[in-house]
Design a protein around this ligand. Structure first.
Ligand code: ADP
Ligand code: MG
Length: 448
């Protein structure tokens, strides 16, 4: 689908002028990250990378993504309360994946001791790409759902103003007025505040857990600034913006995680909800009948969720796994091979996928991965703006994320919302990687 500013893409002087306006607008709007190489220097910042222009997104698919978000909130919440499902689904994975196994051990231990927590807060982001089917009609296909540390809900609220400015400079004021306002961090903060309120202790605080070296601090501050400042020590809500990669944990950190998990504090996420976001769970959900079992009596929600699923395949030992492994080795470009990791840059594609899968095809190690159909979106041209990088046009693909937030008290859902969106765009040369990994950049959807 052509963008209504296709004509200016080749007008180099106009593009250069727009790029300098864009960078100033990004700095002015606070679309910031700490500078690479000096992530701890508190006064050295740069703009977060972003596209010069918005990207065209079919409005029907955008609406579909919003419409299914509450269903996904319900699903994640249901999985987190379903001990048997998590146990059964992760049984093969935890035999070979130490990190998932360690999380799972804590999960089992706190269940055996009895949960102290009675209020639950979920903040997730469901990510999609627009797959071009055989007939070229784009379809919304889920990449994954992030149930821990889903980021950029703060900085993404700045992109529409920046892109609006760029479009105006390029003589596209009418198009600029079509950009949607968007502020996920506000919705996330409302969820955190609700969980805090239900926890029921005036003097208790919200604790943000962040990495020691954190370039993306401003994104976290956006959420924090939406909350109000209080004193005191008791922790009502623990909001994780780390804790999803093995390197976040040494022995002491694992003990701290267990301590928090045993406490009455509202964990966002609790460990069961983190496990609900694993790639292995995603793959098991695609089995016939599984969604129906997890969401009984919700046929419409099940249909909406299922419509977003791409092909997902188990590599568990046995005939089913043998067969799909052989298919992927023969035709690696049809698939993505995914380990149980988050944060970008972990998946395998093409020749590398073939080599790794060939090596582990007869070993239980393969069960730490899943296979997924590769989604193939239609590329569009755009300029990617990065500090200290030359201005250069690229063929790009985009990934749309919808933020979900929900709060449950005991058995009762007291909040269930879609909180806003995030569009990230990257050059097609990169198969993998997010904004934090330096591959994707922030973008604004332009609905057509
Ligand atoms: P992570 O937890 O590391 O973010 P993802 O499943 O989101 O893992 O994959 C990382 C990136 O890899 C995505 O942002 C997307 O660019 C690419 N990717 C993942 N799955 C697919 C797929 N099925 N088809 C095409 N690209 C994919
Ligand atoms: Mg991802």
């Amino acid at each position: 689908m052509a963008a209504p500013w296709e004509d200016v893409l080749r007008d180099q002087p106009a593009i250069r002028e727009a790029a300098s306006v864009a960078v100033d607008a990004a700095l002015l709007q606070g679309m910031l990250m700490r500078t690479e190489g000096e992530p701890n220097a508190s006064d050295v910042v740069n703009y977060a990378p972003f596209t010069l222009l918005p990207s065209v997104v079919p409005s029907a698919l955008f609406e579909q993504a919003y419409a299914v978000q509450q269903d996904f909130n319900l699903l994640v919440d249901a999985i987190s309360q379903n001990k048997e499902f998590l146990e059964h689904t992760l049984a093969s994975t935890i035999k070979v994946d130490d990190f998932t196994a360690q999380l799972f051990r804590i999960h089992v231990q706190v269940l055996e001791e009895g949960l102290a927590q009675s209020v639950f807060l979920g903040i997730n982001r469901s990510d999609y790409m627009f797959d071009c089917g055989v007939d070229g009609t784009p379809a919304l296909k889920q990449i994954e759902i992030n149930t821990i540390a889903a980021s950029f809900g703060g900085l993404t609220s700045r992109t529409a103003a920046v892109h609006g400015q760029v479009l105006k400079v390029l003589g596209k004021a009418k198009e600029a007025s079509h950009l949607l306002p968007n502020n996920p961090s506000k919705g996330l903060a409302l969820g955190i505040a609700k969980a805090w309120e239900l926890y029921g202790s005036e003097s208790a605080v919200v604790m943000f857990l962040v990495e020691e070296i954190q370039r993306n601090i401003f994104d976290q501050r956006c959420v924090e600034n939406e909350l109000w400042n209080r004193d005191g020590q008791e922790v009502a809500v623990v909001y994780y913006r780390e804790g999803y990669v093995p390197k976040n944990y040494d022995q002491q950190n694992w003990e701290a995680r267990l301590l928090l998990e045993r406490s009455r504090a509202v964990k966002c996420p609790d460990i069961a909800t983190q496990l609900a976001g694993t790639k292995k769970v995603q793959q098991e959900l695609s089995r016939p009948g599984m969604l129906e079992r997890l969401l009984p009596g919700r046929a419409e929600a099940v249909a909406r969720i299922r419509a977003t699923f791409a092909g997902l395949y188990s590599l568990d030992m046995g005939e089913e796994g043998d067969k799909i492994a052989a298919t992927a080795i023969a035709d690696p470009d049809r698939f993505v091979l995914k380990p149980q990791r988050e944060g970008g840059g972990n998946n395998l594609y093409g020749e590398e996928l073939r080599q790794v899968l060939e090596k582990i095809r007869d070993s239980p190690e393969r069960t730490s991965y899943i296979l997924m159909d590769k989604i193939k979106p239609q590329p569009a041209r755009n300029y990617l703006l990065r500090a200290h990088s030359p201005l250069q046009v690229s063929d790009c693909i985009s990934e749309l994320g919808i933020f979900g937030v929900y709060v449950r008290q005991g058995k009762e859902m007291v909040m269930n919302k879609a909180a806003g969106h995030l569009l990230r765009t990257k050059a097609i040369e990169h198969a993998d990687g997010g904004v934090a990994a330096g591959v994707a950049v922030l973008d604004t959807p332009y609905l057509v």
